[in-house]
Design a protein around this ligand. Sequence first.
Ligand SMILES: Nc1nc2c(ncn2[C@@H]2O[C@H](COP(=O)(O)OP(=O)(O)O)[C@@H](O)[C@H]2O)c(=O)[nH]1
Ligand SMILES: [Mg+2]
Length: 227
Amino acid sequence: MDKHRTLEVKRDVMAANDAAADAFRAEERAKGEFFIDVMASPGAGKTTLLLALIEELRSRDADKVGVIEADLESDVDAMKIKEAGVDSVELNTRGVCHVEMGMVKSARSAFGDAVFDWMFLENIGNLVCPADFDTGAHCRIMLLSVPEGWDKVMKYPPMFAAVEALVVTKSDYLSLNPDFDMNRLHEQARILNPHLKVFVTSARTGDGIAEFAEWIRARRNEEMAIR
Ligand SMILES: Nc1nc2c(ncn2[C@@H]2O[C@H](COP(=O)(O)OP(=O)(O)O)[C@@H](O)[C@H]2O)c(=O)[nH]1
Ligand SMILES: [Mg+2]
C-alpha cells in the first residue's frame, strides 16, 4: 500500500471541499444570509439552544430563519424545529459522521428560492469529525454541556480550536455538577484559541441566551458589512 498516494487523495478531497465552501460562503453573503454551523456532541443541547436563540432573535426583529438539521438518520429534530414555526430541512448523512459541501448545497437547495436572514446548520452530534470539514458557514460555534464535563477541552482540542464561540449549555446543572471547573475550561480553551468567545447558558432558565443572541447579531452585522 502506497501511503503517500492515500494522503494526496485526502488532501485533494479537502481542497475541493474548501473551494466549494468559499464559493458558497460568498453566495450566501451576497444574498444577505448569515450561515452558522453549530457543532457539539449528541445531547449537548443543540436543538434546544437553537430554539431558544431563534425565539430571542425573533422577539426583536422579524427576521427569516432557516435550519438545516443534519442527522445520521431520522427527522426528529427537523420536526421539532418545524413545530416551532421555523423552516427546516432534514439532512440525513446515512451514517457519515460529518457534513460536507455537497450535502450543504443540496440541503440549501431544498428550501427553493426562499431567502433567509439566518441559516443555521445543526451539525452531526460529534466532537471529532465535523471540526475538519468546512461547511461554508460564516461562523462556526460549538456547545459543551455541563453534564459532559469541562475536561472535553483536553480530549477534543481540534474542535475548540476550530470555532469562534464556545457556548456552555445546561448551566442549570452547575450546582449538581461541582466538578465542572469553569476556570480550567476557560483557561485551556483560550490556550487552544486565544480569541474564543465563551458564553454560559441555560435554555431551561433562559440564562445567558440574550447575551449570546447579542453577540451573534453583531457577528451577522459585521459579516454583512463585507458585502
Ligand atoms: N436541564 C437542561 N436540559 C437541557 C437544556 N438544553 C437541553 N436540555 C435537554 O437535553 C436533552 C438533549 O437536548 P437536545 O437539544 O435534543 O440536544 P442535541 O442532541 O444536542 O440537539 C433534551 O432532553 C433537552 O431537553 C438546558 O439548558 N438545561
Ligand atoms: Mg438535536
